[in-house]
Write a protein that binds this ligand. Structure first.
Ligand SMILES: [Zn+2]
Length: 308
């Protein structure tokens, strides 16, 4: 069924102002975007967190509708047995995980390759890939949609750190992350600087897009050995990572209302890209052709002139 029909059925009224606004937004979506990431990266997860916070924090979970027993991993029984009845006190992000904290423990959620969260009236009919609904005492629910099912919903007992979070490096936007830190951690490393930066034990949430863009901005070639990059250049790299991620999160802020929309579009936002996905195109700074190399099934994009 087409969404406006559903919407009108639930609202019991004709086209509202909100709906017109939504239709306009939807029309604007038809224009091709310069780049739409296929996988939620740190900025999308942080935007998701900010989008759901006003609707779930302070609310009690009254029902957990699980339409399948597993996502990437089995959904633990604690979600039904412990989470239901609890009040959500805070929503925290760690790397690309979201933690819904309650006094009895925390639900740990990862969006995987294709997951998204929506806040919807609890009577909204589920679609094919709407696997989990957490219904709140407000009459709204947090709906988890994930076509590819690489996402997960797990449980963390109070006072414990889930195994998946135990060995994670610092957050790139926290104070502890800077050039000195990267310089110290990289000494003696023979890995390429790109894989070093994408190692979650070194720093979390720097995905393929952001590492490519940060290395371009700091003028460092992705294949350079991590152990041979100078302190000065690591300062430039850390600054670029922080600036690019913060900028992406800021842009994501304009999509916050998307979390209340009934269709399946996740809250992604376009990005301004200099090298990622631009193989063969002209560098926006010097005009040289952007190069791509492929290692371990991941492409590295760089400008052979601007990055040394
Ligand atoms: Zn260039």
């Amino acid at each position: 069924m087409h969404w406006p029909v559903l919407w009108q059925r639930f609202c019991g009224s004709g086209f509202s102002r909100e709906l017109w606004h939504y239709a306009a937004l939807r029309a604007s979506r038809l224009k091709p975007l310069p780049h739409r990431p296929t996988m939620p990266e740190l900025p999308e997860v942080e935007t998701t967190r900010r989008g759901i916070v006003p609707h779930v924090v302070g609310r009690r979970v009254v029902e957990a509708r699980l339409r399948r027993p597993d996502l990437r991993w089995p959904i633990p029984s604690a979600i039904r047995k412990i989470l239901v009845g609890q009040r959500i006190e805070d929503v925290q992000r760690r790397a690309k995980y979201l933690l819904l904290h309650t006094q009895a423990g925390s639900a740990l959620l990862h969006l995987g390759m294709s997951g998204s969260l929506r806040v919807l009236p609890q009577i909204t009919l589920p679609g094919t890939h709407d696997h989990v609904d957490l219904v709140m005492d407000s009459g709204q629910m947090l709906r988890f949609n994930d076509p590819r099912r690489f996402g997960c919903l797990l449980w963390q007992a109070p006072g414990e750190t889930h195994e998946l979070l135990r060995h994670l490096g610092p957050e790139p936007l926290d104070d502890g992350f800077d050039g000195d830190y990267l310089f110290a951690r990289s000494r003696g490393r023979s890995a390429a600087v790109k894989s070093f930066l994408m190692d979650q034990r070194i720093v979390v949430g720097v995905g393929n897009i952001y590492v490519a863009e940060a290395l371009f901005e700091s003028g460092v070639r992705p294949s350079r050995l991590a152990g041979r990059v100078t302190r000065e250049r690591y300062h430039a790299i850390a600054a670029a990572i922080r600036r690019i991620l913060a900028h992406a999160i800021e842009r994501g802020g304009t999509t916050l209302r998307d979390f209340l929309r009934p269709d399946g579009e996740p809250g992604y936002f376009e990005q301004e890209l200099y090298v990622y996905g631009r193989h063969g195109e002209a560098c926006k700074v010097c005009g040289s052709a952007i190069k791509a190399t492929r290692t371990q099934q991941r492409s590295s994009f760089y400008c052979p002139n601007c990055q040394r």
